[in-house]
Design a protein around this ligand. Structure first.
Ligand code: GMT
Length: 378
């Protein structure tokens, strides 16, 4: 098949899933055309089946904004016309699904509407729970969903939220997030501890885009409670609007020497391989890809009983799920895991087994079947 993939290039789960899906489809012989504002993170290695189309924005003094969605639509229409794309897969409802619709209208207007591509839209979470909940955006998200030929959501929770909020005209199919366990596995590197100046203490980790939904302040407070009982270091990977507030809070609590802000990093496996615990106290999370990637590396997770987490994290087996905001309970469960080596090992091994159920190959085959149904070949 010839597939166009539209995604946000920024640090975040939807871009990661889009890039990993495209790479896996390309490895299976499909031709993949990526469209984005800049090179999506995690895409970067050469593959003969992958083409990247950077969307150039038009700058003109009259315009206060750069009309990215229209520039994207024009680029999709151009490429689809000459490369005969079968499917255009929009990751995140807006603006991608809207741009795909517009591109199709451009082609219909021009000549080749009759055998135009199908539009698949994957909902990732904040496109529904944050952007879709905004009254100024609701109608455009609804249109994007209803005008796509197929809509998928990354968890049962997100499907149910989409149905509750939008009563979509078409079925929303769940195809969950996935992880490549041939890449995400525990492979500790002793020299990294040394480079980071970390001794034999426990390592707690968090990886995200530091948006308010991730509750970074709760992470600092949980870690504060942990570090009062045991020697530990907190590694914070990523960046975003909540970072400076978190730095300030760590200073106020007097734990800034135990909290390391590492910024955005592409290769997180070496860090996950030395971690003992992943903290994800988000107040909403459609799936939580970072938790699954940690589990693949044998890292148990303390997260919230929110969104998609309960679909793949079994409390007591892979870590613990607590009510959002319950810092005391999350601190207690973190300490339980960090101070009982037998329990930690059982959880760590169970996490690795659980991650295998979300192996990239399995879910990519699901997407493949989904595309085939859309284009009417099965
Ligand atoms: O977490 C974010 O804000 C980033 C967001 C995105 O679009 O990149 O992540 C969402 O998509 C991921 C991949 O499907 C999911 O694993 C995340 O749970 C989801 N984030 C939220 O729902 C907050």
């Amino acid at each position: 098949m010839k597939i166009g993939i539209l995604c946000h290039p920024t640090y975040g789960g939807s871009g990661a899933i889009a890039a990993e899906l495209g790479k896996a489809l390309a490895a299976r012989g499909h031709t993949i055309h990526f469209f984005s504002q800049s090179l999506p993170f995690r895409l970067g290695t050469f593959s003969k089946n992958i083409f990247y189309h950077e969307v150039e924005l038009m700058h003109y003094p009259l315009f206060e904004c750069s009309f990215y969605s229209m520039a994207l639509a024009s680029k999709i229409a151009q490429v689809a016309r000459f490369e005969h794309l079968d499917v255009v897969h929009a990751h995140y409802a807006i603006p991608h699904a809207m741009s795909a619709m517009l591109a199709r209208q451009m082609l219909e207007d021009k000549c080749c509407g009759s055998n135009c591509f199908k539009i698949a839209t994957t909902l990732h979470g904040t496109d529904i729970t944050v952007v879709g909940a905004d009254s100024g955006m609701q109608d455009v998200v609804r249109l994007a969903i209803n005008k796509s030929d197929g809509v998928t959501a990354v968890s049962g929770y997100l499907r149910d939220e989409t149905v509750r909020m939008f009563s979509p005209k078409r079925e929303v199919t769940v195809i969950s997030n996935f992880v490549d366990t041939s890449y995400f596995f525990r492979s500790p590197r002793a020299e990294l501890r040394e480079q980071l100046g970390i001794g034999d203490e426990k390592i707690v980790i968090h990886i995200s885009n530091f948006r308010p939904v991730k509750c970074i302040g709760d992470i600092i407070r949980i870690f504060h409670g942990v570090s009062r009982q045991i020697k530990a270091t907190l590694l914070l990977v990523g960046d975003g609007p909540e970072r400076s507030g978190a730095e300030e809070l760590a200073r106020q609590l007097g734990i800034n020497d135990r909290v390391r802000f590492l910024g955005k990093l592409d290769d997180i496996v070496p860090l996950l391989s030395m971690a003992d615990l992943m903290l994800m106290p988000s107040n909403a999370e459609s799936f939580g890809l970072a938790a699954l990637e940690a589990m693949a590396c044998g890292v148990p997770v303390v997260a919230t009983m929110a969104g998609g987490f309960p679909e793949f994290i079994v409390p007591g087996k892979h870590g613990y799920l607590l009510p959002p905001g319950d810092i005391e309970a999350m601190t207690e469960k973190s300490l339980l895991l960090l101070t009982d080596p037998n329990h930690w090992l059982a959880c760590s091994e169970a996490c690795v087994e659980q991650a295998k159920r979300y192996e990239t190959a399995l879910l990519v085959e699901e997407y493949e079947r989904y595309y085939m149904r859309l284009i009417g070949e099965s």
